[in-house]
Design a protein around this ligand. Structure first.
Ligand SMILES: NC(=O)C1=CN([C@@H]2O[C@H](COP(=O)(O)OP(=O)(O)OC[C@H]3O[C@@H](n4cnc5c(N)ncnc54)[C@H](O)[C@@H]3O)[C@@H](O)[C@H]2O)[C@@H](O)CC1
Ligand SMILES: [K+]
Length: 187
């Protein structure tokens, strides 16, 4: 099996988008649908909270939240950044999510705390440098809770390469791979 670092995964996505011609929004729809299907198959009808960040990992989160709710799951959705910070493919899927009649709130500890399962789509392979606020504080809070955390692509805050894992990175119970396994799964 091929294992990649974040930059290599980006190159694979870039190749799919620029050379093969697959729209990045379709890649995101597929990634989110596969993740949602996996969640529904393995975790059943519990109370979910999907946490969404500002990048494309968050874009996967809008697709997952939409598919779970379309299938009748109990889901609260919390977005970390202000709505106008969400751009590109993630903004496209945020708009589809909202136009489908679903809603979200800004991040708050309460819905996360009351959920059985947290779906983490806050940060993926695009993380650079030290984990910044408000993410590091949110990860610290989440790491103290005892609900199950399912991270999409990577536990948020964990780099995709061999760099050391920061102290306050999210501690996931399960990680759903998007594309190919990342090098940091094995380090
Ligand atoms: N079309 C695509 O590019 C696809 C991307 N995919 C998803 O997109 C992810 C990668 O997306 P992005 O490259 O947008 O990156 P991320 O979504 O991982 O993160 C980017 C965001 O994080 C912020 N950020 C960066 N470093 C930070 C730090 N140290 N502390 C706090 N915030 C920080 C940036 O300001 C940016 O808003 C993958 O992990 C995967 O889940 C999948 O949807 C497949 C298709
Ligand atoms: K994540």
């Amino acid at each position: 099996m091929r294992v990649v670092a974040g930059e290599e995964m980006k190159a694979v996505d870039r190749y799919a988008i620029e050379e093969i011609g697959i729209d990045g929004r379709i890649l995101m729809e597929n990634a989110g649908r596969v993740a949602a299907k996996n969640i529904m198959k393995n975790f059943g009808r519990q109370k979910f909270c999907v946490l969404i960040g500002s990048g494309n990992n968050g874009g996967d989160g809008f697709v997952i939240a939409k598919v779970l709710q379309e299938n009748g799951y109990h889901v609260s959705v919390c977005v970390i950044p202000e709505r106008d910070k969400i751009k590109g493919d993630a903004e496209y899927h945020m708009n589809i999510y909202l136009n489908s009649g679903f809603s979200f709130t800004q991040y708050d500890q309460a819905p996360a705390e009351s959920a059985d399962i947290i779906v983490d789509t806050m940060l993926g392979t695009g993380i650079k440098g030290e984990i910044r606020s408000p993410y590091k504080e949110i990860f610290r809070e989440l790491n103290k809770m005892d609900n199950t955390i399912i991270s999409v692509d990577l536990p948020s805050g964990v780099p995709a390469d061999e760099s050391p894992v920061p102290e306050h990175a999210l501690q996931a119970d399960h990680t759903l791979i998007i594309g190919l396994p990342k090098l940091s799964y094995y380090t």
